[in-house]
Design a protein around this ligand. Sequence first.
Ligand code: KIV
Ligand code: ZN
Length: 519
Amino acid sequence: MAQEKVRIFDTTLRDGEQAAGAGMTTPEKLEIARQLERLGVDVIEAGFAASSPGDFEAVATIAQEVRQPIIASLARAHPNDVDQAWKSLQGAAHPRIHVFLSSSDIHIMHQLRKNREEVMDMAVSMVSRAKGYCEDVEFSAMDASRTEPEYLYTMLKAVIDAGATTINVPDTVGYSIPEEFADLLRSIQSNVPNIDKVVLSVHCHNDLGLGVANSMAAIQVGARQVEGCINGLGERAGNAALEEIIMGIETRKDYLGVTTNIDTSQIYRTSRLVSDITGFPIQPNKAIVGLNAFRHASGIHQDGVLKERSTYEIMDPASIGWPGISLVLGKLSGRAGLRARLEELGYHLSAEDLNQAFEGFKNLADKKREVTDRDLEALMSDQRRAVTESTTYTMEHIQVSCGDHEIPTATVRLTGPDGSVMTDASTGTGPVDAIYKAINRIVQVPNTLSEFTVKSITEGIDAIGEVTIRVQKGDAVYVGRGADTDILVASAKAYLNALNRLLAMEEAKKETPTGVPNP
Ligand code: KIV
Ligand code: ZN
């Protein structure tokens, strides 16, 4: 008998972006959306169109470009939000309006400052409004897990009558315990008479570290859509990690008896891309995608795995697209060898992009004897940043002098947005400070550097160094990353990357300020 499918709803671009400091530009979101399409997710929540012009643009662009999955646009239960959501979905092959409204008394009384009847009316009328535009309407009862059950049942029945096709039960504040959450879903199934007309969905936050466990418990009792983010990104402690749910379903299909439409071999690439773009590192012991997830350190485990892999491995690393044994390329490797290795790592490049990658590879191979998979990933990330950051300033040249008896001094030459070349210099307390001050003299965007980390990508003295920084302007935080064998060059690249993203996001905000807060 065919196994039932659980739909995978990815909200990395909406709830994931709400993680402090995870802001993304439209080209970056589009790149993630394309990768999510390769991964095979059923629904991509591309943004909250009414919240800002940048979000509107991102939803509209993704709707136009990404044709396979359903594209959802989030809306509060307000007429303008629903209208904006629909407008943003005009180019979509498979549009969905996702209306949400709080149902718990805590939210109704203290945040919405309304009574239950008023909230019920808003839910029904906004679902009807959305239905007037679009066949596919999802309704989320925000803070459902802390809602008085009878009120929740009545609200869900009413919005289904009004046309909702998916009902989402969010554990908005990550408060539930798995058995309790499963009971809530069971009670919804028994007390909402028309619930069998819709897909029942869950959306679990991770405040108690139970986001994935709650989602799995819900699947066991009949939820057929799960919402979450890649790498567990998201508001506060994040959302349920989608790669964990997907591999849980895949690995334990014997027990759960369900399946998904996901191509699991795309998980590794998707996870790295999201980490790379958002600047949120993946902890080494993170399930499924952490660096140590398939590393066996203990002698007994190594012995077992060498004799028979299934002794200590419940998943084949290849099934998530893990690159496996790191192959090494060098100075004498040719274009065909580079292309083959990049394809094995999941990068399928156009002829033009391959030329650019080959140039970068040759430069790197001149500096480093051996170029590993991690080096290639860093190279590809750098190339991606140059293409997608809708580059405002590019670095032409940087020169630094420092030492224990010298005043650190940096000279930088940048090309500006209009193509003009500008050179400036500055001293600083150290070489990085001197570089950043010299860049500031040209770019002139006030900001504060709030985080600076350098990590070595591979072992050895000639390793590539990767710099991740965060800069703050007002309340907004912007991440920047750069990689190079010279960490001062990597630091300069990271700073320019952050400034270019800051300028792009400020530009997107400027056009028509709306100022709607995120859910
Ligand atoms: O956590 C939540 O309740 C949400 C809703 C908008 C679905 O993100
Ligand atoms: Zn959420």
